[in-house]
Design a protein around this ligand. Structure first.
Ligand code: FMN
Length: 212
């Protein structure tokens, strides 16, 4: 046992008990998300909290429909089958008591401004933007959110699969763009089963290089 147990015990939970999550717990979890680092401390995130079951089901419906639509435009049966078979991983939030929508807001940095319209520095500009600091900021916030929730006994699942239905999700919730661009969904709830196996990790020697 180490004091990093709060990290090792988190796992993606895809089935939830039909049990409400108190608002103060949700606020605590989101507060933890906002203590993540953010590029240039711009805190360019926003969180929608949906507890309305009907709305969550409506979102699951549009995600499921879009999923099938994509499967049906596949050029071959293998891709179509593969796409269809993963549907359940795109709608795991459908029975969660809470769904958090995580948005990224525009990120402003002076090097973007300097390089943006200078054709001769296009490569340099591409290097700068490809690290996507604003998106990394959202990842840091979501990870804090997941760890806080796990530490408080809740299950979560970081989800970007449903982003293929971003436009339809906006229609369901009436989003007009002011909160930024939707980047991820995170269902939260009491896990139906916390004893599910945790996917194995690659050995450290495969992912770490010490450079002298
Ligand atoms: C950026 C990101 C997107 C993910 N999107 C989905 C998703 O759409 N659906 C899903 O079921 N799991 C999703 N996951 C969860 C991963 O499948 C999961 O983290 C991975 O299998 C490792 O399992 P663990 O979280 O239990 O350690 C996502 C994880 C990350 C980091």
């Amino acid at each position: 046992m180490t004091n990093l147990d709060f990290i090792y015990k988190r796992k993606s939970i895809r089935k939830f008990k039909d049990q409400e999550v108190p608002k103060e717990d949700l606020l605590e979890i989101i507060k933890a998300a906002t203590y993540a680092p953010s590029a240039k401390h711009q805190q360019n995130w926003h969180f929608d909290v949906i507890t309305n079951k009907e709305k969550i089901e409506q979102i699951a419906k549009v995600v499921g429909d879009r999923h099938i639509e994509i499967a049906n435009i596949a050029d071959n049966e293998k891709d179509q089958t593969n796409m269809s078979k993963f549907l359940k991983y795109y709608t795991v939030f459908k029975n969660a008591p809470v769904l958090i929508l995580v948005y990224v807001k525009p990120y402003k940095t002076v090097e973007y401004k300097i390089l943006k319209d200078k054709l001769e520095y296009k490569e340099m500009y591409n290097m700068v933007v490809s690290s996507q600091p604003e998106v990394q900021t959202i990842g840091a916030a979501v990870e804090n959110l997941l760890l806080a929730a796990a530490n408080m006994g809740y299950g979560t699942c970081y989800m970007t699969g449903p982003m293929h239905s971003r436009d339809k999700i906006y229609e369901v919730i009436g989003h007009d763009g002011a909160k930024g661009e939707l980047m991820a969904l995170v269902p939260i709830g009491v896990p139906e089963d916390m004893e599910i196996p945790q996917p194995k990790r690659l050995p450290l020697e495969d992912v770490v290089t010490f450079i002298d």
